[in-house]
Design a protein around this ligand. Sequence first.
Ligand SMILES: NC(=O)C1=CN([C@@H]2O[C@H](COP(=O)(O)OP(=O)(O)OC[C@H]3O[C@@H](n4cnc5c(N)ncnc54)[C@H](O)[C@@H]3O)[C@@H](O)[C@H]2O)C=CC1
Ligand SMILES: N[C@@H](CC=O)C(=O)O
Length: 354
Amino acid sequence: MVQYNIALIGFGGVNRALAQLVAERNEQWQAELGFRLNIVAVTDLDLGSVVSANGIDARMLVETKFERGGFAKLSGGSAEADNEKVIRHAPADIIAEATFTNPDDGEPAVSHCRWALESGKHVVTTNKGPAALAAAELKMLARRHHVAFEYEGAVMSGTPVIRMAKTTLAGACLTGFEGILNGTSNYVLGRMEAGLGFSAAVSEAQAMGYAEADPTADVEGYDVRLKVVILANELLGGALKPADVSCKGISSLTASDIEAAAKDGCRWKLIGSAYRNENGRIEASVAPRRLALDHPLAGVSGATNAISFRTDLLGAVTVTGPGAGRVETAYALLSDIIAIHRAEPAYTTKEAAE
Ligand SMILES: NC(=O)C1=CN([C@@H]2O[C@H](COP(=O)(O)OP(=O)(O)OC[C@H]3O[C@@H](n4cnc5c(N)ncnc54)[C@H](O)[C@@H]3O)[C@@H](O)[C@H]2O)C=CC1
Ligand SMILES: N[C@@H](CC=O)C(=O)O
């Protein structure tokens, strides 16, 4: 039986949902995917840290109402989130990083990933900071230590966009993309169309688990900007930084802007895009756009996201699916672990990994 020991860094909506899946689906994964997961460590800024080489009961983790520092009450627990010690020394094969996204420098998540990779542990993360701001360094570190750095969930949560574009669209000559890449802002725009105020709509998105810890990142477009950087660098061979992407969010859109668009048979959407121009330069932007109702992205509603890839050989290829949500994003971590499992011989053979 293959069993991967996993450490959860950050125990908020996404990693809790992953723990819930572990509690409910390990038998199914063993039968269908050929492995099971064993949670050996968890750290969280609010709750502290806990390590157990034999494994921590996933159901107990999700069902217990821990108070601040509450992991101290568990065997092997402490009230402090001792991330570096846990990441470097817990007996984990895989580190699941799901702490807050820091859009400025990606820290401390970049360091979490670095410590894990340096210690020979695979990293799966939904955190956009490391993927957008330090992917080149972290991928190199991963190669050097013969482990994986995977971040499918950083764009469009569990909807398989990065891996799909890299593998199944290989050879189709991708020249650009445009899409709705933030669930919160799309949800907010839809609720405003239904007559709700901006702040009330943002509160709803927070309650549903879609929004960032600071929802400014969602409504001002900073979250989409990170996703555009990730996709442009990963799929178009760019070396973009957030400052290279012009950025405007939806916070200045008023109820009357939304009404006026509806009267004209249009709808506002926050669109992130990047294209390689004829000089080979990548032009990237984030901005609200008024789309006619027959535009392929106009009908994408709620926290659903969609991306249209522009390719030479196929024209536009559009993928739609969840863009946010706790379980949906936990699925992205599972999909990264499945990718690691399927590539495992490449990691255990030194020559193949170099
Ligand atoms: N919720 C969603 O729909 C999606 C979330 N993401 C990303 O996944 C990550 C996790 O998202 P959620 O679980 O929804 O966020 P959350 O805010 O529910 O949970 C984050 C957890 O990380 C903990 N934390 C923060 N800094 C920490 C640190 N330095 N050390 C240890 N723990 C720390 C917090 O105490 C909190 O419990 C974020 O980076 C987010 O941007 C990505 C795609 C979708
Ligand atoms: N806050 C983000 C979560 C996923 O990246 C969103 O709303 O899309």
